[in-house]
Design a protein around this ligand. Sequence first.
Ligand code: FEO
Ligand code: CA
Ligand code: CA
Ligand code: CA
Length: 515
Amino acid sequence: SDDQFKTLKNLVLEGLNPSDKDDLLLANGLEYHSIIKWGEKINNADTFGFNNDFICFIPLDDNNPKDGLLWVNHEYINPFFVSDYNESEENKTPKTKEQVDKEMYNVGGSIVRIKEENGIWKVVENDPYNRRITSQTPMTLNWDTPIKEASTVFGTNSNCSGGITPWKTFITCEENYDACFGETEYDENNNPTHRASEYGWETFYKYPPEHYGWVVEVNPKDGTAQKHIALGRFAHECCTLYELEDKRVVAYTGDDHNDEHLYKFISSKPGSLKEGTLYVADTINGKWLAMDWENQPILKSKFKDQTEVLIRAREAAKLIGATALNRPEDIEIDPITGNIFVSLTNNKPKGDYHGSILKIEEKDGAFDALTFKAETYKAGGEASGFSCPDNLAFDLAGNLWMTSDMSGSAMNRADTPYLPFKNNSLFVIPRYGKDAGKVIRVATAPRDAELTGSWFSPDGKTLFLSVQHPGEQTKDLSNPTSTWPFDKDNIPKPTVVAITGDLIEKMNKLNLLEE
Ligand code: FEO
Ligand code: CA
Ligand code: CA
Ligand code: CA
């Protein structure tokens, strides 16, 4: 209507200033409530894990956007809070099995049924769908060749971001997996050695590192999970899927590590994440390079088969000429133009402190194209007002929402370039109207925290958001660096919140300005 048009046209987007306050602050027109936090019961046996990251919501019934299953990643643990293991102690006592078990329980993911009533999302306690996936949950490998003699493996961990499949299952990605069971490394003569993990879980559980570093698919209804070997093994930040007209699938996924790469899988069969080809990006020449052992002599000369190419994807990618990127993080497909946006969070050794967002335009807009154009869409820095982009999400009108991930140890410090940005934040880049293209800060995180996992409800009215690692720099529990969410025990807790309000509703209609 004309009234609605006028309201939108005059929409004042009052951004927040940077803040170092220990609180979740929101711009005018936004409000939040907590849905679930670390340690809360989801059923009689299980509790919600630590450091919630990626969030995905799938309604149980397509006609009711207010009742469905929420998937939440639990990326990593802070032993200090989770297992009462003090890493900084001088004469370290070894971690006990009980401590390792607690840590392994607190990673992976959670499935919880949530419902919205009177504007408030609540967990349905003891719902039969509520369950935990942990670092001990058995799951299968979607591959014909066993990996380290196994086709069923134990658990998933380091689950950072993720995605959703066209057939409505959850995708969760294993990122910094080497923290859990270490990594197999190869010298110049191709001899393997085991590099120890940060958490030392392999002391009690000798799980091969090769069982981790994959893209994992979880069935929302029964919690069964499979690892998709064809998508390669590296520090997967996320995996963003697109279904072609003939039902073949294209999957974009990045390796969040300095100078690592951006990959794309194109399936050869409808709905398959097994049959197909994995490509890696040469962003300089705009080419997707096939990670194909059969047809790449250089891969044949180093690796014994395609399985080994996929397990050692980083090495294979470099051999065929992949471009080193500045830590590719989240990836989203612009719902209006079909362009692909990739957060390149930073590359400190190369002097890129603030990162950028890369835009990829596939040839003729075809997602299965093998050539593309790449350019910087927006660079971080003081001029643009953000630093270290991480999670991306488009709303129903095609506005881009983005979170930042400056590390907790670098934020708010005068000896780093991050001081002016203060706490990590959530931003929106409007697509239409007088603020189109501007980067507007709409939320700031509690101290040391990062806002992650941004995901819109199907009606666009709720933005689900993770508040991850508040108080991460705490060295003494009696004096935590954050006490958010301000519980009586003063212990900071990773929490999933629902952000709602007038501003989100208006942003989701901003496309009306175009008509
Ligand atoms: Fe876990 Fe790349 O952020
Ligand atoms: Ca991330
Ligand atoms: Ca990050
Ligand atoms: Ca994170």
